[in-house]
Design a protein around this ligand. Sequence first.
Ligand code: SF4
Length: 504
Amino acid sequence: MNEIQRTKSSGVKPTPKEHLERMRKGMTEATYQPPDLRKAKKRLKQDVMVHYDFQIPLDMQKIGINKHYYIRTYGCQMNEHDTEVMAGLLTSMGFTQTDKMSQADVILLNTCAIRENAENKVFGELGHLKPLKKENPDVIVGICGCMSQEEAVVHRIMRKHPFVDMIFGTHNIHRLPHLLKEAMFQKAMVVEVWSKEGDIIENLPKVRKGHLKAWVNIMYGCDKFCTYCIVPYTRGKERSRMPEDIIQEVKQLAQEGYKEVTLLGQNVNAYGKDLAFDYSLGHLMDELRLIDIPRIRFTTSHPKDFDDHLIDILAKGKNLLHHIHLPVQSGSSDILRVMARRHTREDYLTLVKKIQAKIPNVTLTTDIIVGFPNETDEQFEETLSLVRTVGFEHAFTFIYSPREGTPAARWKDTTPMEVKKSRLQRLNTLVNQQSKQAMEKYINQVVDVLVEGESRKNEAVLAGYTEQNKLVNFKAPKHLIGQIVPVKITEAKTWSLYGEWVTE
Ligand code: SF4
């Protein structure tokens, strides 16, 4: 079987106006396919296909011999994992990875669009790349990832950074060998960004980072359209991989000796909703827990889709870790409503109570946005009170950053930046206090640590993570790297623990 239909295909042709515009600019169909946020918002009911027959074109299979590639990754784990796929594609074409940009023949910037700050970093890097390209005109510079899915960004790169050779989107990663060929042999900039999500390609090669922890995509895209978020536009509609493909991948990782798998998706709790049969994340976790791999996590969750069945399955424990990252974004129901989060403060607290009742030792962490347009002091106080009530042990906290093309970016915002900054500071102080308190609970306890390597600050010390994702530093022989070992905690800091290896 080379492909199966689980959703219908959705090719989007350019409008006649777009076609004329391309003709006028002298750009061929093959070299110019720009993004369109309006099209990206549409959710078609049609199926996408799952393909099992991906191949690198014959004439590209050795193109990279004696050449190097360099990929810089910005943003989330989804991007990190996309980089692993691009590394796999380039390796299959004969390229060798390098850590030195100056040594590379192909340079890819895998970008993030979640906040303005992330985008500015990429534009800064492009500024540095210009002299390198001038010195070595044969080097291929490519921009990919979420920023490439934004019209304004693509136009800015074309206008201000014409030395870039390729721009391709998150739905076009499997097309990298073809795009690279065009970039190498044509003089025009290659732009290919499908606004509608493509099919699911199952057998793409990957070069994973490390041999202990692996990311496994279980689904792509998001249909929630929170009013501040660009992801549903850049990553397309929700598409779940077939369960058997995920189970097979995790089994394979277990055989290869991986110790931890993190299931990835923008909203993993929506897993299975688009499948033609009754199957959810709970069903998947129930099957995965039978695989002989010590640790299974998932990220990221949406409270609306977190169902009772999943809680029951997680409560079974074993290799399903009791650490849940559950983004709340705000503690105010009014703010959550304008964010279009589809849950209230009360819904969230009810869900947390259910989770804590069934999984008493659960560690909860979250994401919070402060200074959403027109957030009042009272609404911010509700966020602080929710953080205290739930007892989050860690939170990723951000000041709201408007994203062009999203509804919230069009709203007038009367809250001054100084107020937002001071709210962020107060929130961080509270989160840090709670983190420290949570860390202190571990003193004198023996915890299992997956030893990842030497500590970054001290070669004589080993570092690894507990099941709750707490960083532990301890002195022990290097042969423990790669193992899960018991460590007795002797000291707690805000973000890390110190301990002693328990030899017996
Ligand atoms: S659920 Fe997450 S990824 Fe989806 S729109 Fe909301 S914030 Fe963005």
